[in-house]
Design a protein around this ligand. Structure first.
Ligand code: SF4
Ligand code: SF4
Length: 430
């Protein structure tokens, strides 16, 4: 195994291949405070890529209700238990080691799926990646436990009436998921045929269907269980990142070659999703690009966090954590950056509030934003996570988004404009 640097863990880690990086990296932020589990994203993906025979149980995009839901069933709890079994009581973070861009969340002192594979010998002997193969039954119920909450049994008067946001005693939340197009993919590391590759131009992870022999090692090795086996072709398939759209090759959507967001992102009803491409420098690190909305949310402000970074694949999917969920649960899922992320999201400052307006404002990928300052319009008292009241100062700023070619493609104000239709022309005008 080679040693590679994982910035999300704040340390080097072992990986089956040498460190190698694309020029740009496919990445996304999901604000799961806003997801309504309408499954529009799920169906947009299904109707585009996985509607054929043999793909019936294949959901490249899924939205599960946490804490009980999961596709495949219990995928995360199972792997967390396996890691705990290999490294009991040691799967923890040293948050005090936090140090700039190299260690933005501190240092993970436990074992990743690659570290743990060296200590775990299963029935098939030593493997490159710690993982497991879900059963057919576990793939069969993509949305079991939808809307099932965790908390106390109902007893009249037993609920804490003062417990409002940010933390609820009875809670659930929706976790929308796709392939994270990881920097160090578990699927790629586990494939004995080297049929999986990461594209140098955008970091999208693909399976070469000609090389795949259906051994399903990728299914076992992906900690997020985002590779699926197709029984009639006897090969594995996964999210392709809607690469023709990313390449700007859809003649209807991108007549001039503008990169466009994926199907699941473009259709999002709750406006929770923003997807894009981040520049990777010659040194293999994220370029310092604070005007790119994704870099701003993830690296500058750290308001969006990686999903289970401790697995070690350096996933490129990031989440703004839901503010009403118990912190312990969120810290296990998103690492030690949770408190800071929620603190900022509860009462966003002027700049952060402006960038948050760009979610689903345009389907072309935004490479840059700019803010034009506007007048102050309100002061709003906000209850913070520690119970204190903070006053949010609201300004009617305008945020603009620019596409790959530097063209302004969207302009949104904080104060939503009201358009009155002429009553003489429209019968139903007020
Ligand atoms: S379309 Fe958006 S809001 Fe609806 S389930 Fe998907 S992520 Fe959630
Ligand atoms: S999420 Fe899974 S399938 Fe996607 S790149 Fe990472 S390891 Fe591979």
């Amino acid at each position: 195994m080679a040693m590679v640097y994982n910035w999300q863990l704040g340390r080097p880690m072992s990986y089956p291949y040498e460190e190698k990086h694309p020029q740009w990296q496919f990445a996304f932020v999901f604000n799961i405070n806003r997801c309504i589990a309408c499954q529009t994203c799920t169906m947009a993906c299904k109707s585009t890529w996985t509607f054929a025979k043999g793909q019936e149980s294949m959901w490249w995009n899924n939205v599960e209700t946490k804490p009980f839901g999961g596709y495949p069933r219990n995928w995360d709890a199972k792997l967390l238990s396996m890691l705990e079994g290999v490294n009991p009581g040691q799967q923890s973070w040293d948050a005090a080691a936090k140090n700039g861009r190299e260690k933005p969340y501190g240092e993970f002192t436990g074992m990743t799926i690659f570290d743990a594979a060296k200590k775990y010998v299963g029935p098939e002997g030593p493997q490159a990646v710690l993982g497991y193969q879900p059963t057919e039954a576990e793939w069969r119920t993509p949305n079991l436990h939808e809307d099932a909450a965790q908390g106390m049994k109902y007893q009249p008067g037993a609920f804490d009436q003062t417990s409002q946001l940010p933390e609820h005693r009875v809670w659930f939340f929706y976790l929308a998921r796709i392939c994270n197009h990881c920097t160090y993919p578990g699927c790629l590391g586990a494939c004995p045929r080297q049929a999986i590759y990461k594209r140098p131009e955008d970091g999208i992870v693909l399976i070469d269907q000609e090389r795949c022999r259906g051994y399903r090692k990728c299914v076992e090795g992906c900690p997020y269980k985002k590779v699926m086996f197709r029984p009639n072709t006897r090969t594995s398939e996964k999210c392709v990142g809607c690469y023709p759209r990313i390449e700007g090759k859809d003649p209807e959507l991108s007549p001039n070659g503008e990169p466009v967001e994926t199907r699941c992102m473009s259709v999002c009803v709750g406006k929770i999703r923003m997807q894009g491409l981040v520049k990777i420098g010659d040194d293999g690190k994220w370029a310092n690009d604070p005007e790119n909305p994704l870099c701003y949310l993830i690296r500058e402000r750290q308001v969006a966090l990686p999903l289970y970074p401790q697995f070690g694949t350096e996933p490129n999917g990031f989440y703004i954590p839901p503010r009403w969920v118990p912190r312990g649960y969120l810290q296990q899922m998103f690492g030690p950056g949770v408190d800071r992320a929620i603190e900022q999201y509860c009462c966003p400052d002027r700049e952060l509030l402006a960038v948050l307006q760009l979610f689903r404002a345009q389907r072309q990928i935004l490479f840059k934003f700019k803010i034009e300052k506007g007048p102050k319009v309100a002061e709003v008292p906000i209850k913070m996570p520690n119970g204190q009241i903070k006053v949010q100062h609201l300004y009617n700023d305008t945020v603009m988004g620019f596409n790959k070619f530097g063209k302004e493609v969207v302009r949104v104000t904080i104060d939503e404009p009201i358009h009155k239709r002429p009553f003489a022309k429209h019968a139903n005008s007020i």
